[in-house]
Design a protein around this ligand. Structure first.
Ligand code: CP
Ligand code: NVA
Length: 303
């Protein structure tokens, strides 16, 4: 049987996400009640980080411990990956010693090559092009607060980055509509959008993109790996801050999300991220719960 990976959001069907979301509810409830949930006893996750992380590392590592398994952290700095060992070789070795692998790296081609040589499931913990685990947590958080996301409107304000491409895939899978506003010169790369995806509309004005939406979301202007572009980006993104005026264009009960880490005063005002519509702490916590369900599904299938 083919190994199931989670390399981008579109790797799962709606039916699979619905199962994972149901399972997340159970896993989260048990966690809150201090009930053991040791479905991954003796299983080992290897986490390969080529970029920094707080939430992703913590949620995967804590999640494996909570399910009775173990997690091992490797990074480029002190593993042989940083000294040029081919990813194909690393994948073959790691996948003989552990049960599942999470990779955070640069180009999507790297994780695709890694997965092609892995005997075990590979999970994308962020690449330049995709961040599917975060968007899974975000969709779960929306559903937890407001019910079904199908038919809803979501505004993406800011960079055409990994988070946006995962949101675009999620819109197609879950049947919601994305309003996208990126500054000129930082537009969507059509090569990264599925040809049949009609679940989004591009807006020149970020304020207009927020009009009537149920959820407003943004992210840093400069993603990891693009640091040398930072000063040009700060100029180009002027006006793309999610502030109280933009939130006022959305539905009165609209939520605000940000995958974190955030820069108050750049992509979001302190008043919005720390205000009553913001669910960023639930969003961060839900990384733990959805990823436990995801790891369990990839390793054990439907229980
Ligand atoms: N949101 C997110 O992936 O955070 P980290 O970079 O801290 O893992
Ligand atoms: N777009 C950001 C997300 C960080 C979690 C980055 O890639 O740096």
């Amino acid at each position: 049987m083919a190994i199931k990976h989670f390399l981008q959001f579109s790797d799962f069907t709606l039916d699979e996400f619905e199962y994972v979301i149901d399972r997340t509810r159970l896993i989260k409830r048990k966690f809150k009640n201090y009930e053991p949930h040791h479905t991954l006893l003796d299983r080992t996750l290897v986490m390969v980080f080529e970029k920094n992380s707080t939430r992703t590392r913590l949620s995967f590592e804590a999640g494996m411990h909570q399910m009775g398994g173990a997690a091992i952290y490797l990074n480029t700095r002190d593993s042989q990956l940083g000294r040029g060992e081919p990813v194909e070789d690393a994948a073959q070795v790691m996948s003989r010693m552990c049960d599942i692998i999470m990779v955070r790296t640069f180009g999507q081609d790297i994780i695709d090559r890694f997965a092609a040589f892995s005997r075990v499931p590979v999970v994308n913990g962020l690449t330049n092009e995709h961040h599917p685990c975060q968007v899974l947590a975000d969709v779960y958080t929306y559903i937890e607060h407001r019910g079904s996301i199908a038919g809803r409107k979501v505004a993406w304000i800011g960079d055409a980055n990994n988070m946006l491409y995962s949101w675009l895939q999620a819109a197609q899978v879950f049947g919601f509509h994305l309003h996208v506003s990126t500054p000129r010169g930082y537009d969507i790369d059509p090569a990264l959008v599925a040809p049949g995806n009609s679940n989004y509309t591009v807006f020149a004005s970020p304020s207009d993109a927020c009009g009537g939406v149920d959820l407003v979301t943004t992210d840093v202007w400069t993603s990891m790996g693009f640091e040398e572009e930072n000063s040009a980006r700060v100029k180009a993104f002027d006006g793309w801050i999610v502030d109280e005026a933009k939130m006022a264009r959305a539905q009165p009960d609209a939520l605000f999300m940000h995958c974190l880490p955030a820069h108050r005063g750049e992509e979001v005002s302190a008043g919005v991220i720390d205000g009553p519509q913001s669910v960023v702490w639930d969003e961060a916590e839900n990384r733990l719960h959805v990823q436990k369900a995801l790891l369990e599904y990839l390793l054990l299938g439907r229980l």
